[in-house]
Write a new protein. Structure first.
Lengths: 502, 341
């Protein structure tokens, strides 16, 4: 079968930075091609060229064998040629309804006016095919991330596209939603759609994809049939080295209890929670999205009101009142969504790094640029952040993995006693993940405690000394280190089907 | 308009739809009926309705620009200059009435084009751009009419005074314009694209919308409405005067805000702005009839703006939280039925 879409010898630079050099990739109708690569490898830029929102410096794009005119190649033209994309950064308008978003730019009309009713009905049908149960009239800002992602996919489906690019569609989905996503992608393939699938989750690629292309530093590092390759081989192509084991050797936590929650009741959770974290211990919290894990972390950090006892060794007996107090007490909080809560994207790396510790860069009451640069330079090298040496560029320019390193550096600079991690490696590449695991392990050896929420079970199991399983706002069980994914999932699914008493 | 009802009624959607402002309007209206014998006279009521027209046009213009994510501080100056141009062209002759009206409206459109160009092509912040053009237009108005110039014509005066059973034709025209704008904003693709471009230009562009063009069009339509307000100013004042309708810049923006539209763009309904127009006009009228000092009026208007702004603030925090971080708990609350299956 012929190629539905072909990008040939694409080269693109942003200023002095070479993002893509001589990249060629194609996708056949009725097949799924995996596009993998570390963050910053150029995947997103490649997709933007495919969909016309970025123009390449050199190269050619052809759709069903016909070369397109790159002069007039914009998002609208690419849509007309049957190319749709599900963006990783949500391209939905929060102020508009789900159905308005799905049909934005392609409104259904009746007698010259937008036919809302038709749009809403069609949207409802599309949503049900992607297993998303939201009202088409709901506003996008009222949806959670997973549902917003499913709406994005529904939007792409509504275009009846012949080529669909999915940019990390699974990053914010879990469990049932993920299964639905796979079914949707398989259905697209069966309908002879060409699918370009970007993901960091290896298991998905082997389950879903037919072919693969690996990008590394803006070049194609390898391509072929998924059936002919292995997990390790792909990772080797991505990082250019062997990855023996992603998770560093575990340390032994001390017996001293660092954090103790007793009858700790966070607003919005159905029942009080009790748990302990010892010094040097990593406690993982597993559970489905929506089980209240993030809420618990926010309660501990004082962002959501709570009652009951919170005992942080040597410091306090109650939950901090707001983040200022939490930081003073020795808590650090790495939030789930770094772009919204963790970073000031339009500010330089250096100001982001030093934001929490302004006293350290003060001189005579005013902030010293010199001290800021010195501290930032130090942190940039300590945490291996890929930016200018002094952190002078804006954080928004960095890749996801490097942004997350900035978040870590900024918080760890405060020498916290207990670090609350909410999805610490969401949407970042393998190499950056490993570096973050290494940092976590390093600090736990020094006696720092971690309470970690992650939807990636492998990560929870690989890093944690103990795993707590949270279901519907209640901790339903505890598993020791070395437990298997099956054991965790059993606990999750067993309990969730029982009637919950609230 | 049933299709405008949001899927879920929250405090935010209530404020945004202008329901709160309308409740205040009704309360104030009933209060005035009970308290003032002068208020309920037919003459007074139809008089208020006609006083609303100028603010009603300029506020609708402001509303369009605000939805597009901008702001137009030049609207009042636009209206004043358009009034002067119309006055000069007509200069008391019915023969030149049509020409004068066209000249006035064209003045507004040209100003809108210039604003749109500066904002979308030169990429100057709308606040600064229109502050600049506004000052420029004020200068031009003073140049043409440092003392009143030109005159309205008998036909224009007659039209302004024409009423059927106490309902002024010009008020009916205003209502028709409001309905047209409301339908265009809610039910045309242009309106959808305007809300999209104002809500998030980046996402709108990815959906294939020509953001610059749709944004510029907002300034042009606003300019046209500003010109129309100018014609009405001339009809009511009789001469072209650079010192007419003071305070319009302030009021037009204020009523849009208390009507629930967001200055960040993409949120709000015209019906809310209309509620704001009625509220401000009623306050003026009622306070005058009750012989309350003028400064009380300003005080109350100021308070209303601040309260409205404060009430609207937290929805943005909420938006960030619910979309990005609140995990699924929020969602579960929305859909208890499906969840329990």
């Amino acid at each position: 079968m012929s190629d539905a879409v072909q990008l040939s010898n694409i080269t693109k630079s942003f200023g002095p930075v070479n993002v893509l050099s001589d990249v060629s990739i194609s996708c056949r109708a009725g097949s799924v091609r995996a596009l993998v690569g570390e963050n910053g490898a150029g995947k997103s830029t490649l997709l933007k060229i495919l969909t016309g929102s970025v123009a390449p410096d050199a190269g050619a794009v052809s759709v069903f064998g016909e070369a397109v005119d790159l002069e007039g190649w914009d998002p609208l033209e690419s849509q007309r040629q049957g190319i749709a994309i599900v963006h990783q950064e949500f391209a939905l308008l929060p102020n508009m309804t789900v159905s308005d978003n799905v049909f934005l730019g392609r409104e259904r009309k009746k007698r010259g006016f937008v036919d809302r009713q038709a749009q809403e009905e069609e949207t409802a049908a599309l949503l049900s095919t992607v297993g998303c149960r939201v009202d088409p009239r709901a506003r996008v800002e009222d949806l959670n991330i997973a549902n917003a992602q499913l709406v994005e996919i529904a939007k792409a489906l509504s275009q009846n596209a012949k080529v669909i690019a999915l940019d990390e569609p699974s990053a914010v989905l879990s469990g049932r939603e993920l299964e639905t996503l796979f079914t949707v992608v398989e259905a697209l393939r069966d309908k002879d759609v060409a699918v370009l699938y970007v993901s960091h989750r290896m298991d998905e690629l082997f389950r879903l994809c037919d072919e693969f292309s690996v990008l590394k530093d803006g070049r194609v590092a390898g391509a072929g049939q998924i059936a002919d390759t292995t997990n390790d081989e792909i990772i080797r192509m991505m990082v250019g080295r062997d990855v023996a084991s992603a998770f560093p050797q575990a340390n032994t936590p001390s017996d001293d209890v660092l954090l103790r929650l007793e009858d700790f009741h966070v607003d919005g959770l159905p029942a009080p929670i009790s748990l302990t974290v010892r010094a040097g211990e990593v406690v993982g919290i597993a559970g489905l999205a929506g089980s209240g894990r993030s809420r618990l972390l926010k309660g501990i950090f004082g962002l959501i009101p709570s009652t009951g006892n919170l005992h942080l060794s040597g410091v306090s007996d109650k939950a901090p009142n707001g983040s200022g107090e939490a930081i003073d007490d020795g808590f650090a909080f790495i939030p789930e969504d770094r772009k919204q809560l963790g970073l000031a994207l339009s500010q330089p790396v250096s100001s982001n790094l030093t934001l929490l510790d302004l006293p350290a860069i003060r001189r005579g009451g005013l902030l010293s640029k010199k001290k800021e640069i010195a501290l930032a330079t130090n942190l940039v090298s300590t945490y291996g952040i890929k930016s200018t040496k002094t952190g002078s560029e804006d954080v928004g320019q960095l890749s996801g993995g490097n942004q997350q390193k900035v978040v870590f550096a900024k918080w760890l600079q405060m020498s916290p006693k207990l670090v609350l991690l909410d999805e610490p490696t969401r949407g970042i590449d393998v190499a950056a993940k490993e570096e973050i695991y290494r940092v976590i392990r390093e600090l736990s050896k020094q006696g720092v405690g971690f309470l970690m929420v992650s939807s990636e079970l492998i990560e929870v199991l690989g890093l944690s000394h103990r795993v707590l399983v949270m279901v519907d706002g209640v901790i339903r069980g505890e598993l020791p280190a070395g437990s298997t994914e099956e054991e965790v999932m059993t606990l999750v699914t067993e309990t969730s089907h029982q009637p919950v008493g609230y | 308009m049933l299709h405008n009802l949001p899927a879920r009624l929250t405090r935010r959607t209530l404020l945004e739809s202008g329901a709160v402002v309308w409740a205040l309007v009704i309360v104030l209206f009933l209060f005035a009926l009970a308290q003032s014998d002068d208020f309920r006279t037919a003459a007074n009521l139809s008089n208020i309705s006609r006083q609303i027209v100028i603010l009603g046009l300029v506020a609708a213009a402001q509303f369009i620009v605000v939805i597009a994510g901008g702001v137009d501080l030049s609207l009042a100056a636009n209206a004043r200059l358009s009034a002067i141009v119309t006055a000069i062209v007509i200069n008391g002759s019915d023969d030149r009435l049509l020409l004068g009206v066209v000249a006035g409206l064209s003045t507004g459109v040209i100003i809108g084009l210039v604003n749109g160009f500066i904002v979308t092509r030169l990429r100057v912040e709308p606040f600064i751009a229109t502050l600049g053009t506004g000052a420029l237009l004020t200068g031009l108005a003073l140049f043409f009419a440092s003392t009143p110039v030109g005159r309205s014509s008998p036909a224009l005066n007659n039209f302004y005074g024409f009423s059927i059973g106490g309902v002024y034709a010009i008020v009916l025209l205003l209502v028709l314009i409001w309905i047209a704008i409301s339908v265009a904003m809610n039910r045309s693709t242009w309106g959808r694209h305007l809300y999209a471009a104002g809500g998030d230009p980046g996402s709108a562009a990815l959906a294939g919308i020509n953001v610059r063009r749709v944004t510029a069009s907002a300034y042009v339509w606003a300019g046209l409405l500003g010109g129309a307000a100018g014609v009405v100013i001339l009809a009511s004042a009789g001469v072209g005067d650079a010192a007419s309708v003071q305070g319009l810049e302030f009021d037009s923006l204020a009523v849009v805000v208390i009507g629930g539209a967001s200055l960040a763009g993409g949120r709000g309904r015209l019906i809310g702005t209309i509620g704001g127009v009625l509220l401000f006009s009623l306050i003026g009228n009622v306070f005058n009839l009750l012989k309350v000092d003028v400064w009380y009026q300003q005080l109350v208007r100021g308070l209303i703006i601040l309260i409205a702004a404060a009430a609207l603030v937290d929805r943005y925090d909420k938006r960030k939280q619910s979309k990005r971080t609140q995990d699924q708990e929020e969602d579960d609350k929305q859909q208890p039925l499906q969840r329990s299956v």
